[in-house]
Design a protein around this ligand. Structure first.
Ligand SMILES: *Cc1c(COP(=O)(O)O)cnc(C)c1O
Length: 360
């Protein structure tokens, strides 16, 4: 069986070393030494100032919205994972969907302005598949209209824009370290911000608002993560360079094998160092894509329609006029990509896809 992704598992012995430390200290959670170490090492690895480790990427989004005190309408992308939209609604705000750019698949900044109303408080955009949004155009609009900017960077670990971590843009960036993501801590995620004030607020918020055992700074929730999750991150962080390198090779191998089919791929920002987190391809028709999926499934290969359907189809939001998203979300497919995937397997996947063309 070849799934769309497989969580990377490091050598067990390396994880066990960390477990022994946890057993010695008997400190399991609540801002323990491994959590602190992970926060420092992630910040170091990405060359950013502030990172707070949290229990997942969804609570990170919710805390980001809460920390900025957002109200009313938040402009967002309909082409993302459900958590981007659900966090907005969960925090009592209204998502306003703006269509994507059909080349980059990120929210189209040219269409944001007409969606801004007197009730707009922020823009929440996703760096889809790790491809940076047009952060400069978005910041210009945010400054002009006094809006906050949050980036859902769940896919964007290790990505840079103009040699800076992509997590340095916007007021707050969030990340997910879920097992299916490029870098993972089994479950996990967190927030980045250049504002030490916001970081301080979010640090309180992820720990019930505690300011000492009996005092509270403000409203909080439980967004903490454990020593066990941090340990997994510390082990995997050491392997990240080789994980990304292998994924790059596999992606280029796919590119080569699929070159003559004329499949469209997202246009990656050229001032970017990319992380090869996903391998999405856009077919010319949904029908052709479905035939490929069927063919692959018969050989126990399971690519994933990611993201489909568009988020304005969720039962708790208003439908939107978003033709590019509608068209692309029907035709886009993420092909298997993970560290252990072999070149032979990529060969097989590409041969099966090609056979759909050959048979008309
Ligand atoms: C995975 C993901 C999330 C949610 O992260 P969790 O850690 O699973 O809560 C949010 N947004 C996007 C775009 C994602 O892909």
């Amino acid at each position: 069986m070849i799934p769309v992704t497989k969580p990377y598992l490091p050598p067990l012995s390396e994880y066990q070393e960390y477990l022994e430390g946890i057993w010695k200290r008997q400190w399991l959670t609540n801002n323990g030494p491994l959590v602190n170490e992970l926060e420092l090492k992630v910040s170091d690895y990405l060359n950013v100032n502030n990172f707070l480790f949290m229990s997942n990427g969804t609570i990170a989004l919710q805390i980001a919205i809460k920390a900025l005190g957002l109200k009313g309408e938040i402009i967002t992308t309909p082409f993302s994972y459900v958590a981007t939209t659900s966090s907005i609604v969960w925090e009592g705000c209204k998502p306003i969907f703006v269509d994507i750019d059909p080349k980059t698949l990120n929210i189209d900044p040219k269409k944001i302005e007409e969606a801004i109303s007197e009730n707009t408080s922020a823009i929440l955009a996703t760096h889809v598949y790790g491809n940076p949004c047009d952060v400069e155009a978005i910041q210009k609009l945010a400054t002009k209209y006094k809006l906050k900017v949050i980036y859902d960077g769940a896919h964007a670990f290790g990505v840079t824009f103009k040699k800076k971590s992509i997590f340095c843009f916007g007021d707050i960036s969030t990340v997910s370290f879920h097992a299916t993501k490029l870098f993972h801590t089994i479950e996990g995620g967190g927030v980045f911000s250049c504002s030490s004030e916001l970081i301080q607020t979010m640090a309180y918020q992820r720990n019930f608002g505690h300011d000492g055992p009996e005092a509270f700074q403000g409203l909080g929730i439980n967004g903490k993560n454990s020593e066990f999750h941090a340990a997994m991150g510390l082990v995997i962080l050491k392997k990240m360079d080789s994980i990304v390198a292998k994924r790059k090779e596999l992606s280029e191998y796919y590119d080569n094998r699929l070159a003559d089919l004329g499949l469209q791929k997202p246009q990656i920002n050229n001032q970017t160092e990319y992380n090869y987190g996903y391998y999405p391809v856009i077919f010319s028709s949904e029908e052709q894509m479905l035939r490929c999926i069927k063919k692959l499934n018969r050989s126990e290969i399971f690519p994933r329609r990611y993201f489909h359907p568009s988020l304005d189809q969720l039962p708790y939001v208003d439908k939107a006029e978003i033709p590019n998203t509608e068209s692309i979300s029907r035709r886009i497919l993420c092909l298997p990509l993970y560290y252990e995937l072999s070149f032979e397997e990529v060969d097989l996947i590409c041969r099966l896809i090609k056979s759909v063309w050959d048979n008309g």
